[in-house]
Design a protein around this ligand. Structure first.
Ligand SMILES: [Zn+2]
Length: 135
C-alpha cells in the first residue's frame, strides 16, 4: 500500500477533477503491475496498473481509493478488476462520491473478491484532500 500511496502522491495535482489514485498488483509476493491516475484524470489508477500487467489472474490489488462502480466517461474500474481475475482488493479509503460510496466494495465482494479496507487510509485522505472536500 505504501507504494500505491507514493504513486498517488506523484500524480497529485495533475489529475484534474479526478482524485489521484495509486494501484499496485501483487502476485506470489512480487509486484506485477502498478499505476496511478493518468494526467487529466483518466484512465484511473487501476486501469493503468492492469495495462502494465500481462497476467493479473489471482493477483491482489492495493488501491488508495475505493474502485469506481459507476459509468462516468470511462467504464467502472470494479468491472475491469473483476474481469482481470483479481482475488483480493486492499482499499485505503472509501469513495465519498454518492455514486460510488460502498458500492464499489459491494460489487467486488459479490464477485467473490476478498476486500480489506483502511490500511493507509489517513495518508490516502491527505493526498485526496481537495477531492474529498467536494463531498
Ligand atoms: Zn475508476
Amino acid at each position: 500500500m505504501n507504494i500505491a500511496l507514493d504513486l498517488a502522491r506523484a500524480q497529485n495535482g495533475k489529475t484534474g477533477d479526478n482524485p489521484s489514485v495509486g494501484c499496485v498488483l501483487v502476485k506470489g509476493g512480487r509486484i506485477i503491475g502498478h499505476g496511478a491516475t493518468a494526467a487529466g484524470g483518466r484512465p484511473h489508477g487501476e486501469i493503468m496498473a492492469l495495462r502494465d500487467c500481462p497476467d493479473p489472474q489471482g493477483a491482489a490489488a492495493y488501491v488508495t481509493l475505493e474502485p469506481c462502480s459507476h459509468y462516468g466517461r470511462s467504464g467502472p474500474c470494479v468491472d475491469v478488476l473483476i474481469a482481470a481475475g483479481i482475488s483480493k482488493c486492499f482499499i485505503a479509503a472509501r469513495d465519498p462520491n454518492p455514486l460510488v460510496n460502498g458500492q464499489g466494495i459491494e460489487r467486488l465482494q459479490s464477485a467473490g473478491i476478498t476486500v480489506t479496507i483502511g490500511d493507509g487510509g489517513a495518508q490516502a485522505r491527505e493526498i485526496m484532500a481537495g477531492f474529498l472536500a467536494r463531498f
